[in-house]
Design a protein around this ligand. Structure first.
Ligand SMILES: Nc1ncnc2c1ncn2[C@@H]1O[C@H](COP(=O)(O)OP(=O)(O)OP(=O)(O)O)[C@@H](O)[C@H]1O
Ligand SMILES: [Mg+2]
Length: 256
């Protein structure tokens, strides 16, 4: 199959914050990322789409160093993450918010404790303002201040997603990686989460990667959409550009 991806240069005025070159990752004979290239400039919002099991989650796990690639280079804020020691990687991670596909809340902790967790872990001596105020501000941002003392089991799916987003924002990250933030939600709740992501992009000027199958979310939030297929950035462009694609695999996503 032909690689039809075109490399879109980052905006000349904004420095790249994520640079991925020739990224490779396989699990045994399962080659997930073969030669993946992507450069994202500061403030850019990139949506990554692709079939289930194609490697989208693996890609963002590589970016935060949760998974070690087999080859290629990955620079975040200009730092090659394979060359960072444990301490520096930990520091870098405080600048990146990760909204897990599963929300990944700690079931035995209240909402408040879930949100305090990254603060206690990373900000030990750097916290300005009380933990309580930071937690309340994060909850206000996602419209769930009243949920502060609830347990995760008492939250709906949409609330869990919001709390997951609140937790990923609590350290005021410059990059936010969202893994399927609207999957499994009804259209109204999905629209609310989409609105929330737009607000976050606007308010905090974050750079983001959003993995999704939700075309409305992609349309509203993406400066650029990248289709991952066959281990490469198969096609990329704006929503407008890709909606006119002749590639049959990409076309299918626009027909949902
Ligand atoms: N820890 C692991 N060990 C072995 N194989 C793995 C591991 N994690 C993921 N894989 C495999 O890597 C491939 C890509 O998985 P990934 O989770 O990135 O898919 P995805 O594109 O995010 O799919 P979905 O849309 O369903 O979330 C799959 O074939 C999966 O089975
Ligand atoms: Mg996934």
């Amino acid at each position: 199959m032909e690689n039809v991806a075109t490399n879109i240069a980052p905006s000349a005025t904004m420095p790249p914050v994520i640079e991925i070159e020739h990224l490779q990752k396989a699990f045994g004979s399962n080659v997930v990322l073969r030669d993946f290239n992507l450069t994202i400039s500061s403030g850019e919002n990139v949506v990554v789409m692709g079939k289930s099991g194609i490697g989208k989650t693996i890609l963002i796990k590589c970016i935060i160093g949760l998974i070690k690639p087999d080859g290629g280079t990955l620079r975040v804020f200009g730092q090659d993450i394979s060359k960072l020691n444990h301490h520096d990687l930990d520091e870098l991670r405080t600048r990146i918010g990760f909204v897990f596909q599963s929300s990944a809340l700690y079931d035995s902790m209240t909402v408040r404790e879930n949100l305090e967790f990254p603060l206690r872990r990373h900000r030990r001596n750097k916290i300005t303002g009380s933990l309580d105020e930071l937690v309340r501000e994060a909850l206000r941002n996602v419209g769930l201040e009243n949920a502060i003392d609830l347990m995760p089991s008492e939250l709906s799916g949409g609330m869990r997603k919001r709390i997951g987003i609140a937790r990923s924002l609590i350290l005021k990250p410059e990059i936010v990686l969202y893994d399927e933030p609207t999957t499994g939600l009804d259209p109204i709740t999905s629209a609310e989460i989409t609105h929330l992501i737009l607000e976050i992009q606007e308010k905090y000027k974050t750079t983001s990667i959003i993995i999704t199958h939700d075309m409305e979310l992609a349309k509203q939030t993406a400066n650029r959409i990248v289709f991952l297929m066959d281990g490469i950035a198969w096609q990329q462009g704006t929503y407008e550009e890709l909606s006119k694609t002749t590639d049959p695999d990409v076309k299918r996503f626009f027909k949902q």
